[in-house]
Design a protein around this ligand. Structure first.
Ligand SMILES: *Cc1c(COP(=O)(O)O)cnc(C)c1O
Length: 355
């Protein structure tokens, strides 16, 4: 049914003959803005490009600092560096895996231009505290909500509770397209106008360029597929949450400390269900032998990546992020997972630890 609906939307794109931008893209922008309750949305070529365009819109100068987490996907930090700023890391809260607001305060300098929290695995970072820190100091906040579309903070949608929110529609995300795609949402008209120009080589009038932008536009076919899937996003999220709660039922009694923790007031969308365990690599291997696929997000923190050596960080600088990166394991959580499969995975974990 989803397939038929998407094919019929694809046919409409073929009929319009407009393959980049156009009415389908305008429509998904309006729908995402409405879903996130933001004034504006800018459709982009990927989540990485959403972060890059958002940061480019800030007009960062060499030496300007952006505070972020060392425990995230590469794109968060790569985009900061590509936008010409200095990534500054603040350690995480080992319970939520998200950036720790007390650590952010320690890292603020007079060069701090932006704070870039990541809503890791589908649960929002502590946006109340982060927004307060930023507001008191005139610092901009960009949310990396690539893994967290539909997540909520006190009832407001993640991505819509800061200056700019960035989403990814990579196929593994909760709103996954059939290829690459991303979106930046914001409430400020001048940021919106600038991002609209940046995605189109910094131009609003053809062949006249105000900024040095890039080609960060979304394909119409991607927008068409996303429109169909967006209508089902909340039900996909419900299914993921149901799966998570079944894991809780199976494992809470035997390994409560290992399970992800839902924070009051923050709706977790479980893009990933990540447990924190000893003998992680052995468990991963044991589960693989039982036919269970698991993943490690992420095996090496960003401050330890060779491309960021120039930042001068070393192992030991962010002990909580390092500890979690050595112990995290993502279990299957996709919407179609059955109750029996969850029981099977849980039983195998108990078997491994002899629980
Ligand atoms: C997926 C992801 C991105 C990048 O999105 P792409 O669409 O793959 O470019 C950025 N940040 C985080 C945290 C992500 O998970």
């Amino acid at each position: 049914m989803v397939r038929d609906e998407i094919l019929s939307e694809y046919a409409k794109v073929l009929d319009t003959n407009q393959f980049v931008g156009g009415p389908m893209v305008g429509r998904i922008e309006a729908e995402i803005a409405s879903y996130c309750d933001t004034k504006y949305a800018v459709a982009l070529s990927s989540g990485t490009d959403a972060l890059l365009v958002a940061l480019m819109a800030l007009d960062l100068k060499p030496g300007d600092e952006v505070i972020t987490t060392p425990f995230t996907f590469f794109a968060t930090v790569g985009s900061i560096a590509r936008a010409g700023a200095v990534p500054v890391f603040a350690d995480i809260d080992p319970v939520t895996f998200n950036i720790d607001s007390d650590e952010i305060i320690k890292k603020i300098t007079d060069r701090t231009k932006c704070i870039l929290p990541v809503h890791l695995y589908g649960q929002a970072a502590d946006m109340d505290a982060i927004n307060k820190i930023a507001k008191e100091r005139g610092i901009i906040v960009i949310e990396d909500a690539a893994q967290a579309i539909g997540a909520a903070v006190n009832g407001d949608k993640a991505g819509g509770v800061s200056d700019i929110g960035c989403f990814s529609f990579f196929p593994t995300k909760n709103l996954g397209g059939f290829g690459e795609g991303g979106m930046a949402v914001c409430g400020d008209e001048s940021l919106y106008n600038k991002m609209m120009m940046l995605r189109n080589h910094g131009s609003s009038k053809r062949y006249y360029h105000e900024y040095i932008g890039g080609n960060f536009r979304m394909d119409a076919l991607q927008a068409a597929a996303l429109g169909v899937k967006l209508k089902r996003l909340d039900s996909y999220i419900r299914m993921r949450r149901d799966n998570a709660h079944q894991y809780f039922e199976q494992l809470q009694g035997v390994m409560p400390e290992s399970l992800p923790k839902e924070i009051n007031g923050r709706l977790h969308t479980y893009n990933q269900f990540v447990i924190k365990v000893d003998k992680r690599d052995e468990l991963k291997e044991f589960l693989a032998q039982s036919g269970i696929g698991t993943q490690i997000y992420y095996p090496l923190c960003l401050h330890e990546q060779s491309c960021f050596k120039y930042l001068g960080c070393a192992r030991g600088d962010f002990p909580k992020a390092e500890e979690v990166s050595g112990r995290c394991l993502a279990l299957p959580i996709y919407p179609e997972l059955t109750e029996d499969e969850i029981t099977y995975v849980s039983d195998k974990i108990k078997e491994f630890y002899r629980l």
